[in-house]
Design a protein around this ligand. Sequence first.
Ligand code: COA
Ligand code: AMP
Length: 630
Amino acid sequence: MGYKEVYSAWQADPDKFWMQAAEKIDWDSKPSKALFDGDAPFFEWFSDGMVNTCWNAVDRHVEAGRGDQIAIMHESPITHSTKGITYRELQTRVASLAGALKMRGVEKGDRVIIYMPMIPEALEAMLACARIGAVHSVVFGGFAANELAVRIDDCTPKAIIAASCGLEPGRVVHYKPLLDEAIELATHKPEFCVIFQREQEVAKLIEGRDFSWHGFQYGVKPAECVPVEGNHPAYILYTSGTTGQPKGVVRHTGGHLVALQWSMNNIYKIEEGDRFWAASDVGWVVGHSYICYGPLIAGATTVVFEGKPIGTPHPGVFWRIIQNNRIKSFFTAPTALRAIKREDPTGEWIKRYKLHDLQALFLAGERADPDTVEWAQKHLNVPVVDHWWQTETGWAIAANPIGIEELPTKVGSPSVPMPGYDVQVLDEGGHPLPPGELGAITIKLPLPPGTLPTLWNAEDRFKKSYLEHFPGYYETGDAGYIDEDGYLYIMARTDDVINVAGHRLSTGAMEEVLAGHPDVAECAVIGVADDLKGQSPMGFLCLNSGCNRPEAEIVQECVKRVRDKIGPVAAFKLACIVDRLPKTRSGKILRATMVKIADGQDWKMPATIDDPAILDEITQALKVLGYPKA
Ligand code: COA
Ligand code: AMP
């Protein structure tokens, strides 16, 4: 069957389609049907089945005789080490950690925060939670203590599993002091913490609260897999919304398993025994779906990469790892390729490695610019598959499903909708737009298995953020169009979310932090175009009247403040002081116009502007910062 037949089969009978897909999962008790729609607009999948994620990701492969296959390959150019863990070893290690968590009282439904760098133990911690039905929430290491504290208060974990440190080029990230500070800041206190001590930095443990990873597991009884309901939360993953309070995306167990298994086979063309690598971080959704769960559920080998695309030690590191691990499908963000392309424009580093096994390169996380796609296609000589998805969906909304059929690609488009997704472009009034016309990209409800059923502790916010604007549809927050051939084009966000180096960040959250500076009366943050990172945040600060402190000092304090409160990953480095912000007569800040001026695009004076002269001032301030760039 080709793509069209598969998509039509789903359209004709979605329940049959997903029940068939569910056959690839080992259920303790099979679900009676796929969709549970009794509580629309809330939808659930496979709710009455009983299943365990860890069993499907680990144990079943050992049972099937593949215990000696490498499950996780740790490639850490930053520590100069390479280490493989077989499925059998993974089973032993995960069962032991799960047993220790259980002995300390962690039960099905309890939350556990995981705050770890790119080491196999991060995946082991996730799987150990899954084994006993605990709900993990992984927090990205590039966030500051305050962000961790916000997540601790929202998901109220019984335990936190962390590492002593992370390693960035030329810098040790001191996880333990950040963790201690976060617990101090948070109102909720975890009962205990488990710390994986890395040799690069041994952390001081707090007696009675902290246990070392190995000591914690000493002499414990390994835990068996606990079957959970199909609609039991597998995890919560926080992502940026329009405010400083992140959204806790919930993932249910049954749909997660079915969707990831389907996507591994049909999108990434990966089967048992194959080797797959997603160069992202466990703190992001790509890391959840395609470093940890997807490849392991499919019985493939996954790579945990601790390094950067360049500088660790050279721009050939990706190709070396693909060669040495005989990777078949590779997934990265366009920004990583842009970084490599900048240092290796003619692909000399690519030529040094044998990439015979590579069948395709997958890109996601941000818009894949045509230059980068063409560069990769030319030098790698494999299909470059741009695919589009979000933390909320957990797997691709649109892709070129090379496991079914390699469709012709169109540069600038992440190709076509996957089964389960009825993608529609709507105008402001909610009417479908004809091909080629730009509008809000929506998905007709229900969303398919594996996507978010709701937000943790925030059902109203779930409805308000995604379901209210276009009743009957899920609002993606992206704008774009569909062409005559059904190919999607993703052009921009419709909200205050920006994308910096493939990382999703909220300008609203940064504004909240800046507004907290004692000298700042008002501020605006926008995302300006950046050759490497796609976008960079830029802040405009209006000071309290009477403030006569040196402006440079205040700007410096504000930059530091965002780094300290949100984290280095925000990469907030550009800010300037202005007298006033451009606003509409009703007081809305004209951020979109500011972006256009900064990016050197054509712009029109908004009819609703309160005082046009302010835009001259903004233009001057941008000039001083070097914008628009030549
Ligand atoms: N823990 C702690 N700090 C982290 C971190 C982590 N896991 N990840 C990033 N940071 C820090 C960096 O050290 C850097 O700090 P600095 O300001 O002190 O230099 C800051 O956050 C910004 O990091 P980054 O976005 O990585 O920028 P960079 O300039 O160091 O590197 C690239 C540029 C393009 C090489 C890098 O952004 C990259 O590899 N991008 C790909 C990201 C990706 O795969 N995203 C996919 C998500 S699906
Ligand atoms: P995240 O939730 O961090 O995965 O970010 C999701 C957002 O990133 C999407 O809503 C898009 O705005 C953007 N995005 C992800 N993949 C793509 C893509 N292939 N093309 C364009 N934008 C993308």
